[in-house]
Design a binder for this molecule. Structure first.
Ligand code: EPS
Length: 390
């Protein structure tokens, strides 16, 4: 299963196509819209989110609420398009008063995109490099999310830190298995700790006052996975490489850790690896989950725990220095209306990316034609594992 997206930030709409979809999967429009709303929320979002009310319109691949087995296509309208129709028109001549963007923002794709594509307008780059594109990814992720949910797999995310305001956790990996989705969703920054939520909001208020921006860290947790999904035989089979690439594909994500992550590099092996035990009811299990649910590129069956770091948004209201591409003189970078912090949104987008990788890995392991056969294959696999451990 994989997706494609098309569309610019201020174009008419964003398009997503998901291919490799099994037949008979129940899909809910309301659920996709709820995920789109989760991506739009979060303290520190900018004026654009007051304009957009993202909803999905499915244009293929689903009939009476169930997938047909054909590619699923969908669109998310950009309400801001009506303010950009002239400036972003697909055809015709540019308007006489068109302002080109010629002051690339440090940290954004502007400069390198201009050099690479030989254009004289950063807008040709920033329209697509904009994180607006991730609305299409989240809409598309309705398919793998529902697929995983039918197999008992739940994907969630929460924010751990924004700037230097962080949630204190004694044992983050153990805690990851227990946070309740409601506590996360009720926080304006998607943090299950109310004290830390307040500290993060204060950090964002300060950044707004300073006309600056903030990044942070978040975690994606997946519960209910069966062991042995993914592969060890080639680099590409390893879920570690696929999940790492998927999370790093989100704009502004600069680092990804699994389980103990970088901590593991400081500890001896005896304190890192999770001892193998045999539980009479559950079969093979582990003394801990330092591996974060992945071993040898495959799921262990314990919660998958991924931590990611996002850099601060590149558009600053107090702009950094740049070079004017017309005059080649020093200048101030463009200051478009922008978010101050989008870490909570990035966490929701990471859920989407992770869901795609895991759904694809399940389809490879359990077949891909229809939900009845896939569910039967998962049941048979679980049964074999139970027998093997006796
Ligand atoms: C973005 C700039 C802002 C953000 C946008 C990402 O948009 P605008 O230039 O229209 O104010 O709001 O994100 C979204 C629109 C979204 O839906 O996430 C950028 O330059 O990356």
């Amino acid at each position: 299963m994989r997706y494609f997206t098309a569309g610019e930030s201020h174009g008419p709409e964003l398009t997503a196509i998901v291919e490799g979809v099994p037949a008979g999967l129940r899909v809910s429009e309301e659920q996709i819209n709820a995920d789109l709303a989760r991506r739009q929320s979060g303290y520190g979002r900018g004026g654009r989110q007051k304009i957009e009310r993202d909803t999905v319109r499915v244009t293929g691949g689903i009939r009476f609420g169930r997938t047909l087995g054909s590619p699923v296509s969908m669109v998310v309208r950009n309400r801001d398009w009506e303010n950009w129709e002239q400036r972003m028109a697909p055809f015709g001549e540019p308007p006489a008063d068109l302002m080109r963007e010629v002051t690339p923002r440090p940290g954004h794709a502007d400069l390198l995109g201009v050099l690479k594509t030989d254009t004289d307008d950063c807008r040709n780059i920033l329209e697509r490099a904009s994180a607006r594109e991730t609305a299409a990814r989240v809409a598309a992720s309705g398919i793998p999310r529902e697929f995983l949910a039918e197999l008992g797999v739940e994907v969630l995310s929460y924010v751990i830190s924004i700037g230097d305001a962080a949630m204190k956790e004694d044992d983050p990996i153990a805690a990851a298995a227990f946070y309740k989705p409601l506590d996360i969703e009720l926080s304006e920054v998607r943090c299950p700790d109310s004290g830390a939520t307040r500290a993060m909001k204060r950090a964002i208020d300060k950044a707004i006052e300073d006309r600056d921006s903030l990044g942070g860290t978040f975690r994606v947790v997946v519960r209910g996975l069966v062991p042995g999904v993914g592969g060890y035989a080639t680099g590409r089979d390893r879920l570690t490489s696929q999940l790492g690439a998927a999370v790093l594909s989100i704009p502004a994500i600069k680092g990804v850790e699994f389980g103990l992550g970088f901590q593991a590099a400081k500890l001896p092996g005896s304190k890192v690896h999770d001892e193998i035990t045999l539980d009479p009811k559950r079969g093979f299990t582990r003394g801990g989950n330092n591996a974060g649910g992945l071993e040898g590129g495959m799921t262990t069956g314990l919660p998958l725990v991924i931590t990611a770091a996002m850099k601060p948004i590149a558009t600053l209201m107090r702009p950094l220095g740049t070079i004017d591409l017309d005059t080649l003189e020093p200048a101030e970078a463009s200051k478009e209306r922008s978010d101050v912090c989008a870490v909570p949104a990035a966490a929701v987008i990471a859920e989407a990316e992770v869901a795609f990788v895991l759904a694809d890995a399940y389809l490879r392991k359990f077949g891909c034609d229809n939900m009845t056969d896939i569910k039967a294959a998962v049941r048979a696999y679980k049964q074999r594992l139970r027998t093997a451990s006796r």
